[in-house]
Design a protein around this ligand. Structure first.
Ligand code: KG4
Ligand code: ZN
Length: 344
């Protein structure tokens, strides 16, 4: 088979991801392997990711995950033509594990190394399922660590942030509200499930950053979380049972409403015809349904990768590496470091 094999390593948060892709001269990228070892269960009892625990889990999982990916793709290390690694943003200690491993493999194999921005990876994830992205496109990135609207002119080199959260990330809000409702961590899936039985109009929770003086494309979720906390506390004080399904559905509606309204408005104002939604929260059933409805009404093409590709993984980092390799971009030096606050 022709084409170059790119190995991608992701370790910015609590997922150790190793992916393999093959890219041919036409730019077509084929997904060969996507192995992820998650330390999410180790963090569950703390209600959030504990950086030290995540770093150690990466150290344990990195090489076995690499071997699993190679086995899945039926390849050997010697078949790898380039290595891409997340070098930021993310947790410092967690990033160091992936960057160190990538440098060691690149040096030993004598292949180019590409430091990749994690956010570019999330955008690129969609190309593994739906092919190349039109230029420009708009990306709504919503995860436990990020809530951003990005204008993407060039996948690896020209991404501009046009809006972001001023406080909590959307996924963080899900995790905090789940805690208030005694639902397990991470909170997105159980809230999504509970909301199916609830009425999204039962409680009118606030839509953050939608006032006339608020920045048009920024988000805020901490006021919403506080509103849910107050509502739940008032119910508990009155001795009445908390209607978990209604609270979940009403909270979920508020998040999906703000995210989709702002994304569609941004696409319209910037004259961009394609919206990509990625990150863990993209798996939310109400978010994708409302985005589909509003994008169709506005004549915007909507692309949402399957949930497995929305959450952190190494294949999306390999996809950015493939793009850089094909574009003839200069590789990173072996002095590459991790930057926890790497901007897009
Ligand atoms: O992208 P991701 O796996 O990790 C990073 O944060 O980078 O995203 C995890 C976040 C968690 O906050 C989780 O609660 C949320 O994504 N999430 C969801 C759903 N599935 C995961 N949020 C809403 N609805 C879901 N179905
Ligand atoms: Zn992520």
């Amino acid at each position: 088979m022709t084409g170059k094999v790119v190995l991608g390593i992701e370790s910015s948060c609590d997922e150790t991801g190793v992916g393999l892709v093959r890219v041919d001269n036409s730019g077509a990228v084929e997904l060969l392997a996507d192995e992820v070892a998650s330390s999410v269960e180790l963090h569950a009892r703390y209600g959030g990711v504990v950086p030290e625990v995540a770093s150690r889990a990466h150290l344990e999982a990195m090489v076995p995950t690499m071997h699993r990916a190679l086995r899945t793709a039926d390849l050997r290390l010697a078949d790898v033509d380039a290595i891409a690694v997340t070098c930021g943003p993310g947790l410092a200690g967690a990033l160091l594990v992936g960057v160190s491993a990538a440098k060691a493999y690149a040096a030993a194999l004598d292949v180019p190394l590409y430091g990749v921005n994690h956010l570019a990876g999330h955008v690129a994830a969609d190309t593994l399922e739906h092919g190349p992205l039109p230029k420009p496109c708009l990306a709504l990135l919503v995860s436990g660590g990020h809530s951003q609207l990005l204008r993407v002119d060039e996948l690896a080199s020209k991404i501009t942030e046009i809006g972001s959260t001023i406080d909590d990330a959307a996924g963080e809000a899900y995790d905090k509200v789940a805690r208030l409702l005694d639902l397990p961590y991470p909170g997105g899936p159980p809230i999504d499930k509970a909301a199916r039985e609830g009425d999204p109009r039962a409680i009118a929770f606030p839509r953050g950053m939608t006032g006339p003086r608020d920045a048009k494309f920024d988000f805020s979720f901490s006021g919403l979380k506080t509103a849910v906390a107050r509502w739940v506390e008032a119910r508990e004080r009155s001795g009445e049972a908390v209607p978990v399904a209604d609270v979940a559905a009403s909270f979920q509606e508020a998040v999906a409403d703000v995210l989709t309204a702002k994304a569609v408005r941004a696409a319209e104002e910037l004259g961009i015809g394609t919206l990509v939604i990625s990150g863990g929260v993209a798996a939310n059933s109400r978010l994708s349904a409302l985005a589909a409805e509003r994008c169709a009404a506005a004549g915007i093409q909507l692309r949402v990768p399957r949930p497995r590709l929305c959450t952190d993984n190494g294949a999306m980092i390999a996809a950015v590496g493939a793009h850089l390799l094909l574009a003839g971009s200069a590789p990173s030096s072996l002095e590459l470091s991790a930057n926890p606050a790497l901007p897009v």
